[in-house]
Design a protein around this ligand. Structure first.
Ligand code: ADP
Length: 419
């Protein structure tokens, strides 16, 4: 087990003056599962490869267990890495693939020297030790029965397990995984995702995992690091990032279907801050209003974000109520997903949005009405409104920043989720 600290890390590839990774700051705790997530080219793999020692760090410092490791050889970092393409040796059996790293490495042993003093020697692993370690890893991954096979005689999922097996036999301090599931089909990916969660319980070490898939990030990570164009956008637990995205990019990237965005205006009227859109307005929450008062927000153009699942359509067991504002919209496309329905609608102001409805909440009559009318009325709670500065794209509702100077800019509990 190890903790890993990345301090002000930059990576400039040769002949490029745009950093692939910029000002990267992160403290990875012992046994923590960290996921780096973001679109292709945002610098995730580069960051991982710098931790592994496969890529030089241009500026900044990398510490493993408090020891600066920028110049430590990859093999001396006690780190294992699993790649997307598995990189198995095709001519070797599963056993030999898994044993290969052990055969190449040396084990440190303390012995009594001639003068009675203790000396540290480095020796090869014995055959028995290698057997024991490979079998233990094979047992953890349930691949004991394939040890004699060659990689081509295995399914994609089994090959993936061998690649992981090869990495865990050496009991690394830190386990790095670069898009390990992206070569698998959707069903197998789901299965392997839960296997990685199980593996994590079994080997209980520090993980850094790279993926472009936000679902993978949300389900696996203790904390996730959302990246874009080489820069960290937000660091937080999955729920922190989901409930309080730091900016428009994170808001749009995390969550499916994507968050809906409206152009809107925020203004203080009759002593309260209100959000104006679609010819109506909603008061913001009292604590948020107080905050806007403190910073003298005044009138501001904003982007209002609402997640599809937070929009409630009027239906038999959710009838209209007095004093609540409803919006009308025409259904353009209705996607039946089984347990849920995704309604793509257009509002009176021609704003397109997606509404996610749990099908179990709809009666037969509701479904008939939807089909017959081709329109819906909907509302949402002010609690679920996300307010972004239109120009700067940042979330206007502040995170309470805990300035410990190490855990990044957005380590936070949020005002929105506090109620
Ligand atoms: P990700 O893993 O998020 O897809 P990468 O870390 O692979 O992103 O790449 C980040 C940026 O660095 C990209 O713009 C990519 O083109 C560039 N890059 C990656 N590897 C190299 C390389 N070996 N030489 C030059 N540029 C590279």
């Amino acid at each position: 087990m190890a903790y890993v600290t990345l301090k002000n890390i930059y990576k400039f590839y040769e002949k490029s003056d745009v950093p692939a990774v910029a000002d990267f700051n992160l403290e990875i705790k012992e046994k923590e599962f960290i996921v780096l997530v973001g679109p292709s080219g945002c610098g995730k793999s580069t960051t991982l490869r710098m931790i592994a020692g496969l890529e030089e760090i241009s500026y900044g410092n990398l510490y493993i267990d408090g020891v600066r490791c920028n110049d430590v050889e990859p093999k001396d970092r006690n780190i294992a890495m699993v790649f997307q393409n598995y990189a198995l040796y095709p001519h070797m059996t599963v056993f030999k693939n898994m044993a290969f790293g052990l055969k190449m490495s040396r084990v440190k042993e303390v012995k009594q020297g001639k003068n009675g003093k203790e000396v540290v020697i480095k020796r090869k692993y014995t055959k028995e030790e290698i057997w024991e370690k490979v079998l233990e890893a094979a047992r953890i991954l349930e691949i004991e029965e394939y040890l004699d096979r060659k990689p081509r005689q295995l399914s994609g999922g089994q090959r993936q397990r061998v690649a992981i097996g090869r990495a865990i036999v050496r009991k690394p301090k830190v386990f790095l995984m670069d898009e390990p599931l992206s070569n698998l089909d959707a069903k197998l990916r789901n299965q392997m995702r839960s296997e990685i969660l199980l593996l994590r319980k079994k080997i209980n070490t520090t993980f850094v995992y790279v993926t472009h898939d936000q679902v993978e990030a949300m389900t696996l990570g203790d904390r996730i690091v959302v990246m874009k164009d080489g820069f960290i956008q937000q660091i937080g637990t999955p729920s922190e990032v989901f409930d309080h995205p730091a900016n428009l990019f994170v808001a749009g990237f995390i969550g499916t279907p994507q968050m809906n965005f409206f152009d809107a205006v925020i203004e203080k009227i009759d002593g309260k801050y209100r959000v104006f859109f679609e010819n109506r307005h909603l008061e913001v929450r009292d604590d948020v209003s107080e905050h806007f008062d403190k910073i003298n927000l005044g009138r501001k153009e904003i982007v209002l974000g609402i997640r599809p699942e937070h929009i409630k359509i009027v239906r038999e067991n959710f009838p209209k109520q007095k004093g609540v504002q409803y919006f009308k919209a025409n259904v353009i496309v209705s996607e039946m997903m089984g347990s849920e329905l995704h309604l793509h609608v257009k509002t009176e102001n021609n704003q397109k949005l997606v509404i996610r409805v749990q099908t179990i909440e709809l009666s037969k009559q509701d479904r008939l009405n939807l089909e017959k009318n081709g329109s819906v009325e909907f509302t949402f709670d002010r609690e679920v409104m996300h307010l972004f500065d239109k120009e700067k794209e940042v979330n206007l509702v502040p995170t309470k920043i805990e300035e410990d100077g190490r855990n990044g800019r957005f380590k936070s509990k949020t005002l929105l989720s506090e109620r």
